[in-house]
Design a protein around this ligand. Structure first.
Ligand code: ZN
Length: 182
């Protein structure tokens, strides 16, 4: 951040009184611009034992397969965000079956949350951000063309849990591995 979004004055970085870490502070209007992690919400949409994936029509990872997911909007719940993203990207109406994965991605300041979901009527399509959508048998997941680590990990958990039909919630982290000396 370079300029104050309230008054346009250049901001500076300092630790505000009573705080313990540097923030962007506007020396003109005194606004403190807090920056906090963003939540990405999505689903694992299932229809008759198959998993619905979307092939991305946008960068990053254009052409790679993903679960429908995206940034939560203000005034939404995570359930609403996950359901909306599934409708937008996969043109599928789903009923949620519970929170499944929470994956912290601290190096990009994001938290990804995926719900298990069932397609309500089996219909799906390609939304504006998708080249195509397709139902995959668990054995046919295109692992070499999966978009993001959080999607891969969620799919791995799901396929591991499928035989028992028990889906405990999984909470984990994905971190960049620092090179030695870095
Ligand atoms: Zn200002």
């Amino acid at each position: 951040m370079k300029f104050c979004s309230s008054c346009g004055h250049p901001v500076e970085q300092r630790v505000p009184a009573g705080d313990n870490r540097p923030r962007y502070v506007c020396p003109s209007c005194e606004t403190i611009h807090y920056q906090n992690p963003r939540i990405v919400a999505g689903t694992v949409p299932v229809w008759e034992g198959q998993i619905l994936l979307c092939r991305r029509a946008i960068e990053p990872r254009y052409g790679y397969w993903t679960l429908p997911a995206g940034f939560m909007e203000n005034s939404e719940t995570t359930e609403e965000a996950a359901t909306r993203e599934t409708l937008e990207e996969a043109e599928a109406t789903v009923s949620l079956e519970g929170l499944y994965t929470i994956i912290h991605v601290p190096h990009i300041d994001q938290v990804h949350m995926f719900y298990r979901a069932q397609l309500i009527d089996g219909r799906y399509g390609a939304g504006e951000e998708s080249l195509e959508t397709q139902l995959f048998n668990p054995a046919d997941i295109p692992w070499e063309r999966i978009s993001f680590p959080t999607v891969r990990r969620t799919l791995e958990h799901f396929i591991e849990d499928l035989p028992r039909q028990e889906y405990p919630m999984r909470i984990s982290d994905i971190r960049y591995k620092l090179k030695p000396g870095a």
